[in-house]
Design a protein around this ligand. Structure first.
Ligand code: ASP
Length: 420
């Protein structure tokens, strides 16, 4: 029997999960059934993907870097990657700001909706704001740099939130290997190669459960979703984010893919569709990482030494969808509060949204937390986040697609514009 392509398997899982969720909402006891007996399988699926993320980064990044001919190649790759990540993030926030200033969704929000949202989600938000404040207490300007250098690699590897520290260690290890004569590292390279094969096999095994995992995630999402009325009230805001994401994902990236990546758009989007769909279902670039790597290497033929470097770093620091959304959300909240932002304030939004998106963890709902920093930088009360809280999950799913697409685009462009 012909095997159904992975992206179709995931699409079927998504649609079946949505349908099952809608049916369960209608029947008595349906919600409990999904939450108690279906949702845990979605959580297990995400856990499995995250479980393999750190081992995968370790073997593939060390292998990728140690396969380079010399160190100067690494610095070329590094500059290009970071440069492109910064450039696309600036373009993303700017796209979001243009969309929200043209559409002005904040002016369409009635006083009634505003107080309803503030009352319903106000307490949740103040707790989250407090969390961000505590985490940022006494942090100097160079703290993010210090955070990249671990003092104990085993401690770093024990938490997915320390991905950058693991990447840092693997880079040093790979560089040391390039500098040593081949004879001396031959045995270790053999272990790495074998480790790489094993980890990739495990990813394949996990992906066998993808349609079921996605089904469970989507069914749970539907039964736990807030009422449709809230979506209607915030429709214009949601639409503004979606328009920005579409322009970024297909328009801006399209230019890079076509002209610098020298690849047909259809070919590119088809190649990465499994990663995009999985990002949509899990709302997490980190959980999707194993599949993103496979898509760019196997379907786009990006060299391993490029992908193993560009993709893990991108999954951690490059979040164009998140920064775009933060730009739209910040101006939207200001509009609802009757706060007309000056040009200087909007430029501040660009700067802080870039920093906030870099600091955003690649997990569901992280972007809305970092929005606190953006709002405070322009003097808007973070309590305003209560206004957009209800519709955050669907927008999170969509912005995660853009985050992942951006990483894949940069991997393609870096690969095609650097020689072997
Ligand atoms: N869920 C997003 C990601 O993992 C981050 C965010 O915007 O919340 O890419």
């Amino acid at each position: 029997m012909k095997k159904i392509a992975l992206h179709w398997q995931i699409i079927i899982g998504i649609l079946a999960g949505l349908l099952f969720g809608f049916i369960c909402v209608q029947i008595p006891g349906g919600k409990t059934l999904v939450v108690d007996w279906i949702k845990p399988f979605g959580t297990i699926f995400i856990n499995l993907l995250k479980l393999i993320a750190v081992p995968l980064i370790i073997v593939s990044l060390i292998k990728g870097v140690s396969d380079l001919k010399d160190i100067s190649q690494l610095s070329k790759l590094g500059f290009k990657t970071i440069g492109l990540y910064l450039l696309t993030t600036v373009l993303a926030v700017s796209t979001g700001l243009i969309a929200v200033n043209v559409i002005e969704p904040g002016l369409l929000i009635s006083e009634e909706t505003r107080s309803e949202m503030t009352q319903t989600f106000g307490d949740d938000i103040s707790l989250k704001v407090e969390e961000v404040h505590l985490a940022n207490q006494e942090r100097g300007p160079l703290q993010p740099l210090i955070d990249i250098v671990p003092e104990n690699i085993f401690e770093s590897a024990s938490a997915n939130s320390n991905m950058l520290q693991v990447i840092f260690f693997c880079l040093i290890l790979g560089v040391a290997m390039v500098m040593l004569p081949f004879e001396k590292i031959k045995a270790f390279k053999g272990v790495l190669d074998a480790g790489n094969e094993i980890v990739l096999k495990i990813v394949d095994l996990i992906m066998l459960s993808a349609p079921f995992g996605v089904f469970a995630l989507l069914a749970a999402l539907v039964v736990e979703a807030p009422s449709a009325d809230i979506f209607k009230a915030l429709g214009a805001y949601g639409l503004t984010v979606v328009i920005g994401l579409v322009v970024m994902t297909f328009g801006v990236y399209g230019v890079f893919i076509r002209f610098f990546g020298k690849t047909k758009l259809r070919e590119f989007y088809k190649a990465i569709s499994p990663a995009q769909l999985l990002g949509f279902s899990t709302s997490s670039s980190a959980a999707t990482l194993p599949v993103t790597l496979e898509c760019v290497e196997d379907n786009l033929n990006v060299r391993k030494e490029v992908s193993s470097f560009v993709i893990p770093i991108g999954a951690t620091v490059n979040m164009d969808g998140t920064s775009l959304y933060q730009g739209v959300a910040a101006v939207f909240i200001a509009q609802v509060m009757g706060n007309d932002l000056s040009l200087a304030q909007q430029l501040t939004v660009i700067l802080t949204a870039i920093l906030a998106s870099i600091g955003t963890a690649a997990v569901p709902g992280a972007g809305i937390l970092m929005l606190v920093i953006v709002l405070e930088s322009i003097g808007v009360s973070p309590a305003g986040i209560a206004l957009i809280f209800a519709v955050d999950r669907p927008l999170d799913m969509l912005r995660t697609i853009t985050n992942i697409t951006g990483d894949c685009m940069v991997a393609l462009v870096v690969d095609r514009t650097t020689s072997e």
